[in-house]
Design a protein around this ligand. Structure first.
Ligand code: G1P
Ligand code: ZN
Length: 544
């Protein structure tokens, strides 16, 4: 099997975004597009010769073909061993688990997360480092620099590997091992949680509904919930992964997981509803007719962590992305543990987790996780909730959250997305906000006094690396916030995200519908940024 060196020329725009390189499938199908990016990653890395690489993805359209290319390139570039999930499948948290468990040098995760899949939809590729987490900016920037200079790539001329048969195959000087995509992850979950207690909960008649949204988590959820914990068949719905996610949008939120939400609104609905996204790292938690915001979920998990064996001795700290509500901060304060505020994107949690500064992390964008892997983990979050419900037998999801609010106060919270706006309009809107930051402090908006207004910047407390321009923040004296940032994961035009938050300590006022509770902040957010004038949009496309 000869290694061939193929001449190539750089492509524009191969800078990894919030979570890897994401483009439409036809972009990835251009000759050499994928190869250039993969070789740029290898060129940006040092010292991997003879080590192991993990490859897997969420099963979307192009997943298998891309995996075959990566296997041949990894072998040609000197990796000694390549672990690939059967069918080229690995959920994002499972990929992280496998990298860590087998001490791999790193891995490629093939996914565009919650974006739709199919021949005209999205594809993506992300490199994860030795700790199992998304490569830090230092690496992603080096990859981008390489992608602009690339002149050739190396690939093995070989037959495709049979990805459906477990076991080892030689590929040039490397060995490819097709592994069971679920086994290592399921074993990890079994170590973290008290499976006997969870099985007991199901035996007592507790009902859960897990919506895998035709995406990668189906086989993981079926194995863990139905087979290992004995939940009735049918607990996992939409459990067979499809290349186009059944034509749906595999994003677990109130808009896209509407079937689950509708089921949970029925009087005979399940006791706990959960859903995960395309690649299994996001989660949504719903109780009977009751939605748990991801920000609240993080706070509730932190407050109840000791109910889970892995966290029985307490957690060291929590971290949340800046736009995520401050609900977790209040728990951290009460527990006397550290709390960190990081830029958007899981990669910013990596150093804190590696250093043992935090145990739990979360983002408002339906991401929750712990130090068991270096990715957010949808099924883990569902098992955490199941454990809390098992530990507090008889309490419903709603009761647990209401109880939490009584104790810590309620952070009313919502995110308004304005999608597919022209890139220059979005840039102009942000530039205009930035230009006015200086004059905002002391001004009155929505009947509240602005305490400070800035563009969030972060210095990593472990390695001192910095990230600037991470979102415009308008912080009010009463603790309310309006935050603006542009999405870094989209593939079409720009998406403006507006995050709104207000704190309400008084339990007598914990029953206001969220949009109503935030109404004045919402209208101020539109006026201040001149959203309609600049984008033509009078209302957001998605509200979560
Ligand atoms: C979005 C979320 C962010 C998350 C990322 C990957 O990024 O907002 O919290 O880490 O997806 O799942 P964005 O499109 O806002 O850049
Ligand atoms: Zn995802």
């Amino acid at each position: 099997m000869p290694v061939v060196t193929v001449a190539t020329t750089p492509f524009e725009g191969q800078r990894p975004g919030t979570s890897g390189l994401r483009k439409k499938v036809p972009v990835f199908q251009q000759a050499h597009y994928l190869e250039n990016f993969v070789q740029s990653v290898f060129n940006a890395l040092d010292g991997y010769r003879g080590t192991a690489l993990v490859v897997g993805g969420d099963g979307r359209y192009l997943n298998r073909q891309a995996a075959q290319v990566i296997l041949k390139m990894a072998a040609a570039n000197g990796f000694g061993r390549i672990l690939v999930g059967r069918g080229a499948i690995l959920s994002t948290p499972a990929a992280s688990c496998v990298i860590r468990k087998y001490g791999a040098f790193g891995g490629f995760v093939l996914s565009a997360s919650h974006n739709p899949g199919g021949p005209h939809e999205d594809f993506g590729i992300k490199y994860n480092a030795t700790n199992g987490g998304p490569a830090p900016e230092k690496i992603t920037e080096a990859v981008f620099a390489q992608s602009r200079e690339i002149r050739e790539f190396r690939i093995l001329e070989a037959e495709d590997i049979d990805l459906d048969r477990l076991g080892e195959t030689r590929l040039g000087d490397a060995v490819v091992e097709v592994i069971d995509p679920v086994a290592d992850y399921a074993e990890l979950m079994e170590r973290l949680f008290d499976f006997d207690a969870l099985a007991g909960l199901f035996r007592s008649g507790f009902r859960m509904r897990y919506d895998a949204m035709h995406a990668v988590t189906g086989p993981y959820a079926a194995e863990i919930l139905e087979r290992r914990l004995g939940a009735p068949a049918g607990t996992v719905i939409n459990g067979v992964p499809k290349e186009d996610f059944g034509g749906g949008h595999p994003d677990p939120n109130l808009v896209h997981a509407h079937d689950l939400v509708a089921h949970m609104a029925r009087p005979d609905g399940a006791d706990l509803g959960a859903a995960s996204d395309g690649d299994g790292d996001r989660n949504m938690i719903v109780g009977r007719n009751f939605f748990v915001t991801p920000s609240d979920s993080l706070a509730v998990l932190a407050a109840n962590a000791r109910l889970v064996p892995a966290y029985r001795d307490g957690i060291t700290g929590v971290a949340r992305s800046m736009p995520t509500s401050g609900a977790a901060d209040r728990v951290a304060e009460a527990l006397g543990i550290a709390c960190y505020e990081t830029p958007t994107g899981w990669k910013f949690f990596g150093n804190l987790l590696d250093a043992g500064r935090v145990t739990f992390c979360g983002e408002e964008s339906f991401g929750t996780g712990s130090d068991h892997v270096r990715e957010k983990d949808g099924l883990w979050a569902a098992l955490m909730w199941l454990s809390i419900l098992a530990g507090r037998r008889g309490s419903s999801v709603e009761e647990i959250v209401r109880d939490h609010w009584r104790r810590f106060g309620r952070n009313y919270y919502s995110r308004h997305d304005y999608e597919a706006i022209a890139a220059d309009a979005a840039e102009g809107l942000m530039a205009n906000l930035r230009a006015h930051l200086g004059s905002l402090a002391g001004a009155t908006l929505a009947g509240r006094k602005v305490k400070t207004a800035d563009d969030f910047a972060y210095t990593d407390p472990i390695d001192g690396s910095t990230a600037a321009k991470q979102g415009v923040r308008v912080l009010f004296e009463d603790g309310s916030r309006i935050i603006y940032r542009l999405s870094g994961t989209g593939t079409e035009g720009a998406t403006l995200r507006v995050y709104l938050e207000r704190f309400e300590p008084n339990p007598a006022r914990h029953d206001i519908p969220t949009q109503e509770a935030l109404a004045d902040l919402i209208s101020a957010s539109r006026d201040l940024a001149e959203i309609e004038k600049r984008t033509g949009m009078a209302a957001p496309t998605v509200i979560t």
